[in-house]
Design a protein around this ligand. Structure first.
Ligand SMILES: [Zn+2]
Length: 297
């Protein structure tokens, strides 16, 4: 587990070296009063974080906000464990996510559908967050810390319960998967993050909304931070639209999922010949298909 200070009092914690999850999970810690943990990750990640916090020099005791950008297991699945082990923690959640972490039965069910019945072997169980420790976010709400403010913004598309968080001190944006995911070997080529039930239209609207903030740094939840922000946001918009056109064409021609996937791979390899794309990323195709089906009358 590596800890790097990526901006003033803003630490990137990378537990990926210990994880089986091929897209990597990143945790961010803002040290302030109170401190803030953005993306607790899965229960596996959160429990490693707790057991190693002392030797990593991370102080998680005392009042702390825990803010998953959304409740997918690799981003927010560990919120319940943290809340239970850190009684002064408050977990900040989108109103559409809060009920599913208070009572995770449906979240567990959908996680099984996406990651398989044995998902707990990788991610650990999803434990409930005690309702007294949940703070339900409002769009545009400002969370005041000692030295900076965080603005919570609803950022739907990847998931209906997605938040983005703008930091006043660095003008950095914790964007979760709202501005795509950046494959490690394609650092300037963010790809759309689509899993069912993906909403393409909302995803593009969110990209436009977040672009208007003109963030100076992008704190991605997979694969670290981005500095060339204007270019990165433009590229994720282009890739999102290009994928939509390719999937639409494939569907119109009655192609199989595998054939359509080859189209998407072709788009990536046009820019990065021979690029390897994690198997997990193929879920993106199901995401697009779910978005198109959702729009049918
Ligand atoms: Zn997600």
């Amino acid at each position: 587990m590596e800890v790097t200070e990526v901006a003033p009092n803003t630490f990137l914690i990378n537990p990926a070296s210990d994880s089986d999850f091929s897209l990597g999970e990143i945790v961010y810690l803002i040290v302030d009063t109170p401190s803030v943990l953005i993306e607790p990750g899965s229960t596996t990640t959160a429990s490693r974080l707790l057991s190693r916090s002392a030797d990593l020099g991370l102080n998680l005791d005392g009042p702390i906000y825990v803010i998953p950008t959304h409740i997918h297991v690799d981003h927010g699945g560990g919120s319940g464990l943290l809340a239970q082990r850190l009684p002064q923690a408050r977990v900040v959640l989108h109103p559409r996510g809060a009920p599913h972490l208070a009572e995770p039965a449906r979240l567990v069910e959908s996680t099984r559908l996406v990651f398989g019945p044995d998902f707990e072997q990788t991610f650990g169980p999803i434990l409930p967050v005690p309702t007294g420790q949940i703070h339900v976010a409002r769009d545009g709400e400002v969370v005041r810390l000692g030295k900076r403010d965080l603005t919570l913004l609803f950022a739907p598309g990847h998931a209906s319960h997605h938040l983005a968080i703008l930091d006043s001190l660095t003008q950095g944006l914790f964007c979760g998967e709202a501005l795509g995911i950046v494959p490690a070997d394609m650092p300037d080529f963010p790809l759309p993050a689509a899993v069912p039930p993906f909403d393409l239209e909302l995803y593009l609207q969110t990209i436009a909304r977040l672009a208007r903030l003109q963030p100076r740094l992008l704190f991605y939840s997979h694969c670290g931070i981005g500095r060339n922000t204007g270019r990165l946001i433009q590229q994720v918009r282009e890739n999102t639209t290009a994928f939509a056109d390719l999937v639409r064409e494939g569907l119109e021609q009655g192609e199989s999922d595998q054939q359509i996937w080859q189209r998407l791979l072709g788009h990536i390899r046009h820019r990065f010949p021979g690029a390897e794309v994690p198997a997990q990323y193929q879920m993106t195709l199901s995401g697009y298909i779910s978005s198109f089906r959702g729009k049918q009358p």
